[in-house]
Design a protein around this ligand. Sequence first.
Ligand SMILES: *Cc1c(COP(=O)(O)O)cnc(C)c1O
Length: 402
Amino acid sequence: MSLARTEEFIREVEQYSARNYNPLPVVIKKGEGVWVFDIEGNRYLDMLSAYSAVNQGHRHPKIIQALISQAEKITLTSRAFHNETMGPFLKKLCEIAGYEKALPMNTGAEAVETAIKTARKWGQLKKGVPENQGEIIVCENNFHGRTVTIISFSSEEQYRFGFGPFTPGFVTVPFGDAAALEAAIGPNTVAVLAEPIQGEGGVLVPPDGYLARMRELTRKHNVLMMLDEIQTGLGRTGKLFAYEHEGAKPDVLILGKALGGGVYPVSAVLASGEVLGVFAPGDHGSTFGGNPLGAAVGIAALEVLLEEDLPGRANELGRYFTAGLEDINSPYVREIRGKGLLIGVEIKKEYGSARPFCERLMAEGLLCKETHEQTIRFAPPLVITKEDIDWALERIRKVLGA
Ligand SMILES: *Cc1c(COP(=O)(O)O)cnc(C)c1O
């Protein structure tokens, strides 16, 4: 097998692209379901799902059909005019998630920014926090995106280095520590913003009861609970939303990634009419947010999730996959953790970083990405079958077995 084309392609990318990523040396040409194919003709099982944006599988026929049908009618109107697709999309999203209103954006970071603006304005108008004094409590080791405001409250030095000055108004507490959270709440606290499971942070699952306690505390102190379910939401952890594991429905729910079915960037902020009611025309916007193409794709993406019971699959197959990984009894592994089909396998420090393991898994036909140096994330599309998992486990055993 000649790798000449792959090397040529990578050289070209390295010449013309800013080097803000360090991808594995594979050039993907086609995808279908859980499988992707490179330009050399190799097939791989996708264990990353574009960071959980492809929960419905690559090029799901129903989602692709929705894209094509809508593209033949109208793709973009801007919010200066109405389009006939946005309303049905937001209605479906609100009904499924159990919220009164949704504000559509495109990327995850934009939705997080929108949630931050929502909380600040809510704090000022509804809670009576003085102008420009609202504080938002965030968690150590968080990942909420890459804008300047969002990295302002990152605890990851590399995400911040060189990018200041930063946005003030954030207070950081340890993730999973409800007592620290309560201690940090003050008169000017408008919201708590957290991930139910920290995906980029290394698939970190907080102690049982943490989200339920967060729900109690935020209610007691009149603070908005805002959950970033961009990665954990829409079936990934074995429930439609990860907060359901503890019945801790947030005031503000932030969605993205799989909301666009792996096809188109679609994100949204959901909340009550009172909370999202703080926005008046002209306060906030997005040229592409709520566009007909994204809305049509979003409807199909939600329908596929429900029709194929992808949360149920993630629950059942997540247990099966995790049990199989535990069975390998790998001498290299310090811990296996996660929920549903969001699984982190942490490599012991004495065996180096997770990256070489990902490279060896790639040679076996599995595309995985390390997260936070030591952890391999296994997060396949939720349409994966038991047979696919058996196929994967056989190969993982080769790499991680004794
Ligand atoms: C990916 C991600 C984001 C950012 O989404 P983008 O679409 O890359 O801007 C925010 N929060 C979480 C939890 C994510 O996983």
